[in-house]
Design a protein around this ligand. Structure first.
Ligand SMILES: Nc1nc2c(c(=O)[nH]1)N[C@H]1C(S)=C(S)[C@@H](COP(=O)(O)O)O[C@H]1N2
Ligand SMILES: [Mo]
Length: 502
């Protein structure tokens, strides 16, 4: 019995993997980008990851957590594929079993995705067939220890790489045509019938180190479980409102866009924001009142939550009372800062409920709202141990000086931001080392649903100093010093920064 040479054996496995991925990618592009077995496995990994690990990934890698996941999967796949090749130096069957195993895992992942139909199984099937076929073919022509001819194998390998390149490239092109950006570009600027009041010049202290009052769309924080941004064309989108309602309603994009649009300046915050973190941003959202749509459907007595589903199957549960509360002004939003929503912020439409953390209130790419009870349905993060009720907690952050900055001793300027959406910020105080709390100057208040900037000046001697901040909201509540983690309903504690005066 002859054995395949080691490098050739490993290469058989790796090339079979490339062929499988490319074939899956191409077929997925024809059906639905998320049908790609690779993405489906990644998405399932995200859903199955235990909470502490997910929290660790977000803390450690921030917005790059998904790139790290996909990269790690690629390395793992390559290693296993090479090992599969090496295990098959005598007979191809160990490798075939492993390659087929990959195909099956991809199939299970695709099948279990909430956003995919059975047709999507064609993508992992194509992967499986291409992977096994390429593996068997290359294995047959791979150079053996007894024969030195490598020419055929070289040609076969080049063929496999070229084939994978063409399939993958075609897949890429095709998914480009399914991209929703053309649909978004065709919409043009959004002009509200009722514009948000203009932002006064003294609403931020950007010159003194705070963020600008309004966050640009490009800078707005992003948090979601989607590995690839859902592509929904405005023409294809609709929102269904059903469940405990008098009349089931369905709205198309035009129906929403043609209504008189309102504009509201709102600061959104993520429950995963650590004390001092930057998962907090402010935008002028444009859309329609969610309460209007709910009134058209007619919410029945006893309804408790809006169980909202996005096109990729993610869900959130918003309290009906918050959605109906006109003083809060929950919206079905289609625009941010006068532009249609950016794709990664939910194009064509999302929910925005001022005062509640995003995971219970801000479904992006929203397509379905079921009016129901808390008992009947459990949303994505609720099932994973986060709270049912999640009002945003009163918080404050120091932006300047940065941690461990060196500043001249004497008068030092301290600045930052505070938020207590739906209640409003009443005061911000800072404390240096173990000194007394002293008030900071607040920026002009835009509305109670937005953040408020602050700054002050203190005199410090040379040395290392620690400065603390705490906010008081308009209910009189003083931000607690007690440290709590983000799980289950938002972090607490005072933010502090250490700096060196010389
Ligand atoms: N479809 C979908 N919508 C979602 C999420 C998600 O994972 N999927 N995450 C929510 C969370 S946790 C937050 S904080 C906000 C963030 O919205 P942004 O990315 O536009 O800042 O979106 C919410 N809407
Ligand atoms: Mo969030």
């Amino acid at each position: 019995m002859t054995t395949t040479r080691r490098p050739a054996a490993a290469l058989c496995g790796v090339l079979a993997l490339l062929a499988a991925l490319a074939a899956g990618q191409l077929v997925a592009a024809l059906i639905n980008g998320n049908a790609s077995p690779y993405l489906a496995v990644g998405n399932s990994a995200i859903d199955l990851t235990p909470l502490p690990v997910k929290d660790f990934a977000v803390r450690t890698f921030g917005t790059y957590d998904k790139a790290v996941l996909l990269g790690g999967m690629a390395v793992l796949l390559l290693l296993v594929a090479a090992a599969a090749g090496l295990l098959s130096r005598r007979s191809p069957w160990p490798g075939v079993v492993i390659v087929a195993g990959f195909g099956l895992v991809g199939g299970v992942a695709v099948y279990s995705r909430p956003d995919l139909t059975v047709v999507a199984l064609l993508a992992p099937l194509a992967s499986l067939v291409a992977g096994v076929a390429v593996f068997l073919l290359l294995h047959r022509i791979a150079p053996r220890s007894t024969d030195a001819s490598r020419r055929t194998f070289l040609l076969g390998s080049v063929g496999a790489v070229a084939g994978a390149g063409v399939l993958g490239g075609a897949g890429q092109l095709l998914s480009g045509t399914r991209d929703a950006s053309a649909s978004r570009n065709a919409i043009g600027p959004l002009v509200p019938a009722v514009a948000a009041p203009p932002i006064p010049a003294d609403a931020d202290f950007a010159k003194l180190g705070t963020p600008p009052f309004r966050t640009s769309n490009a800078q707005f924080y992003r948090v979601d479980t989607a590995l690839s941004v859902p592509q929904v064309r405005a023409e294809d989108w609709s929102l269904r409102i059903h469940g405990m309602v008098e009349r089931e309603m369905r709205y198309r994009y035009r129906d929403i866009r043609d209504r008189p649009l309102v504009e509201r300046t709102v600061t959104m915050t993520c429950v995963s924001n650590e004390v001092g973190g930057d998962y907090v941003s402010t935008s002028d959202f444009i859309g329609v009142d969610l309460a209007d749509l709910l009134a058209e459907a007619g919410v029945r007595p006893g309804a408790e939550q809006l169980f909202c589903t996005s096109v990729d199957g993610w869900t959130s549960g918003t309290p009906v009372a918050a959605a109906l509360d006109r003083s809060r002004g929950a919206m079905l939003a289609i625009g941010m800062n006068r532009e249609p929503l950016p794709l990664e912020h939910g194009f064509p439409a999302r929910l925005v409920t001022p005062g509640l953390y995003g995971y219970v209130s801000a479904t992006k790419w929203v397509v379905d709202i079921e009016v129901t009870t808390w008992k009947a349905r459990q949303a994505y993060w609720l099932r994973r141990g986060w709270g049912e009720q999640a009002p945003i907690k009163t918080q404050s952050r120091i932006d300047s000086p940065r941690g461990f900055a060196t500043v001249p001793a004497g008068a030092v300027r301290i600045s930052g931001v505070a938020w207590a959406q739906h209640r409003g910020i009443e005061a911000v105080e800072i404390r240096v080392d173990n000194g007394a709390w002293q008030p900071a100057t607040l920026s002009a208040e835009v509305n109670v649903h937005t953040w408020r900037m602050w700054w002050t000046q203190i005199a410090v001697k040379p040395g290392t100093h620690q400065v603390f901040v705490r906010a008081t909201d308009k209910t009189g509540y003083v931000q607690t010093a007690a440290r709590a983690g983000t799980v289950p309903d938002g972090a607490t504690g005072w933010h502090s920064t250490t700096f060196i005066a010389t």
